[in-house]
Ligand binder design. Structure first.
Ligand code: PMP
Length: 418
């Protein structure tokens, strides 16, 4: 496939940084470097690193790798971690085509670089309705048009996607003259933020087919993939990607630590290289020490240990989900409707009682009553008023769940009585 058709002019114009291009040769045997502007690591004050796990287990970090992690390193991330993640990707998704992999400072870092790579000013991109507010905030700066695709309890609706693409340009909500059909679909297939909903595998197959028909690149943003409550996880788009049209984002944020800022992108090498090119001119590389922390742990765990941990974390959120749904049933029956999520940490509430706009309720009434939620408008590509709010059950205790929902119920009653 010729991937330049998916690349913005801005992205195509990027050239590798001359210094970063030397990086791969830095660790070669017998190489004497007078090249890269490396500070001398002997001046760094850190001697060694030891990790103590919550189990009490102690990991003595490889001293050589530790010193390496303190210096500038490869744009695509610490090579042993990169290789480990390649192995995980292969094991979990059995990709059908060759792929590249790059590590970033969280998946947000890579996601925004991917958007920058595929969007030219004035062009259109397909997004779920509703979608991740962190994606919208970035897309809003790219001067592109967002074309919403409907979602329901089973995820993205294939008929909505097909209708939009088949009827282009009449289906273009922006009605810009001569605007080309979108070439990229952005989707959060698992435990969607904000809806908590996951696309079924059947839906994924149907969506993929449509994307083949209209030659669409799929950006699969999947940070909640490993938080699926059923250990028989719904498979990724990667497992059906015969053409190499899936650019997949993964994250350690919900599994190991969000502050470590480790995410990774997999997909066609030509696109991964373009993302690397962007990293070369922005943050140079993801932080070395967090990557090494992750690698040393993953090395000890192995894939089996990692997947055991994942199951433990998913089990934790599943119990939270169950408690939260009970509290919702008690406090919100008749006040809101929702779909019970099968992954992640969110519930998307549609407020009843004739409420058409949740903004004032969340941003004024609820804050006054000391309860926080996110108003639906934050997730709407068209920024339209709506009766939705996003609530999260990840960090709230059982007692606080009930109290928070009691306060929210009061707000809903007040708003409905208006
Ligand atoms: N995509 C989605 C859908 C998210 O919910 C988040 C986290 N809020 C991200 C990307 C960014 O995650 P990370 O911490 O890996 O940057």
């Amino acid at each position: 496939m010729d991937y330049t058709k998916f690349m913005s002019e801005r992205s195509q114009a990027r050239n590798p940084s001359a210094i970063r291009a030397l990086m791969p040769y830095m660790n070669c045997k017998n190489m004497i470097s007078l090249g890269a502007g490396q500070p001398n690591p002997s001046t760094f004050p850190f001697e060694s690193m030891q990790l103590k796990l919550k189990t009490g287990e102690i990991i003595d970090v490889d001293p050589q790798l530790f010193q390496r992690s303190l210096s500038y390193d490869l744009t695509s991330g610490l090579s042993p971690l990169n290789e480990w993640l390649r192995g995980l990707h292969t094991l979990e998704h059995t990709p059908l085509v060759d792929f590249g992999l790059s590590i970033g400072s969280g998946s947000q870092d890579l996601l925004t670089k991917a958007f920058d790579m595929v969007i030219d000013p004035g062009t259109a991109i397909l997004v779920e309705d509703p979608t991740y507010t962190g994606a919208l905030s970035f897309l809003d700066t790219l001067d592109c048009d967002l074309v919403p695709v409907a979602t329901d309890a089973d995820g993205l609706v294939p008929a909505s996607l097909e209708k939009t693409l088949a009827n282009w340009p009449e289906s273009n909500p922006i009605k810009k003259k001569n605007q080309a059909r979108p070439k990229v679909l952005y989707t959060i297939p698992t435990g969607g933020n904000p809806t908590g909903i996951s696309s079924t595998f059947e839906r994924k197959k149907a969506i993929y087919k449509i994307c083949q028909k209209y030659d669409i690149l799929i950006i699969e943003d999947d940070p909640y993939y490993y938080l699926q409550f059923d250990p028989k996880r719904i498979k990724s788009y990667v497992t059906i990607d015969t053409d190499g049209r899936v650019l997949r984002m993964d994250s350690m944020s919900k599994i190991l630590s969000s502050g470590m800022r480790i995410g990774w992108v997999t997909g066609p090498k030509a696109l991964i290289e373009r993302i690397d090119m962007h990293t070369m001119v922005t943050n140079l590389q993801p932080g070395g020490v967090p990557q090494l922390m992750a690698y040393e742990l993953l090395k000890v765990w192995g894939y089996k240990g990692f997947l055991n941990h994942v199951e433990h974390v998913a089990g934790f959120y599943k119990s939270k989900r169950d408690e939260f749904i009970k509290a919702l049933e008690k406090r919100m029956t008749g006040r809101a409707e929702w779909v019970t999520p099968n992954s992640g940490m969110f519930v998307w509430l549609r407020l009843l009682g004739g409420i058409t706009d949740s903004y004032d309720l969340v941003m004024n009434k609820a804050i006054k009553k000391n309860v926080l939620a996110v108003p639906g408008v934050a997730f709407m590509p068209a920024k339209n008023k709506n009766p939705y709010i996003r609530v999260s059950f990840s960090c709230v205790t059982t007692d606080n769940m009930d109290e928070a929902l009691r306060r929210l119920a009061e707000c809903i009653d007040e708003e409905a009585a208006k």
